[in-house]
Design a protein around this ligand. Structure first.
Ligand SMILES: [Zn+2]
Length: 328
């Protein structure tokens, strides 16, 4: 099964990996059927993938809005050839850079449905799949009770305001106040580089279209077992979400970890990080802590479903992929 999954994920997303995999075995059957088909060029089945885990009373479903390949020169702290070499060593090099997934996480406890992040929604790369992924679960956006936005970069909030509309009409929206302040500051917007302009524009739309937006001040519980943790650095109000129940936990850490370069080093950044000293300080603190706790982590841009752990091998940090099938 892991081999089949890896093979399937190696192709272009979205592939025919639906959550029914481990529930009904349909994917195994599907792949076997594909293998038996004489035409090797058969089009991939276009179904949004999802993966589920259980954290106590919560069901956490990883969904993905899509992907984009980030050029090798988007990682300050390392030269483009260095990043490409690292990607090659990990067998993940793409012709046009490092593949970033855009993963979102749906947290359900039978009472509330909380979505963590809303995806890039077509504003970057091959994205815009989240609504279809939700539909595959039988959900419409108006059945989402809350959206926690980990920070106001376009790839985390685009889905909220796609088409200039409020796309999650019944959701409470939670965003750290430091990000709301930063990304709606006109002086900061006019001084920002072009590649950050879409985020400033979307931030303004989010504030305008979601009048009940709740700006978060510091670490707090959103609902029993769902808490905000402060991971400032990547942006001023970059936050994570801890899901905890029945002695189990998971931390959605958003952009603390980028593929290929993290967690092996903390002095390498992503282009969108404006305050590199702050980003480094948080990773210096977080990676060893995550390793010593063995925390189950969900990370936006890691290969789908983005679940893993930071592991320390004689002081060298590496990412260890976690199992993701529903289990008790
Ligand atoms: Zn991001």
């Amino acid at each position: 099964m892991p081999q089949l999954s890896r093979r399937a994920f190696a192709g272009a997303l979205p592939l025919g990996l639906i959550g029914g995999t481990f529930l009904g075995g349909s994917v195994l059957g599907g792949l076997a059927a594909q293998a038996a088909t004489p035409k090797a060029t058969r089009e991939p089945v276009s179904v949004s993938p999802f993966a589920q885990i259980r954290i106590g009373r919560f069901t956490v479903t990883a969904l993905t809005d899509g992907y984009a390949d980030m050029p090798y020169d988007y990682f300050p702290g390392r030269s483009a050839p260095e990043v490409e070499k690292a990607a090659n060593a990990q067998f993940t090099a793409r012709p046009s850079g490092v593949r970033f997934l855009f993963n979102q996480y749906l947290v359900e406890d039978g009472e509330r449905r909380i979505l963590i992040d809303a995806g890039a929604a077509g504003s970057i790369g091959q994205t815009g799949q989240l609504p279809r992924a939700l539909a595959a679960l039988g959900l419409k956006p108006n059945q989402i009770d809350a959206v926690i936005v980990t920070h106001m970069h376009q790839d985390h909030m685009g889905g909220l305001v796609l088409g200039g509309k409020n796309n999650y009409p019944d959701a409470e929206v939670y965003i750290d106040r430091r990000d709301v302040t930063h990304w709606t500051d006109k002086a900061k917007r006019s001084g920002a580089p072009d590649f950050l302009q879409p985020s400033f524009k979307m931030a303004e739309e989010v504030v305008r279209l979601y009048p009940k937006l709740q700006a978060i001040d510091g670490e707090r519980e959103i609902t029993r077992g769902v808490s905000i943790i402060d991971l400032t650095g990547h942006t001023p109000g970059h936050i994570g979400v801890r899901i905890e129940d029945g002695g189990k936990s998971m931390i959605m850490v958003s952009d603390m970890i980028f593929p290929v370069v993290h967690p092996a080093a903390t002095d390498v950044f992503f282009l969108f990080e404006q305050d590199q000293a702050a980003a480094k300080a948080m990773r210096d603190r977080f990676f060893p802590q995550a390793a010593s706790e063995g925390a189950l982590i969900a990370a936006t841009h890691m290969p789908f479903p983005g679940l893993g752990r930071v592991v320390s091998d004689r002081g060298q940090m590496r990412w260890e992929v976690a199992d993701w099938a529903l289990q008790d």
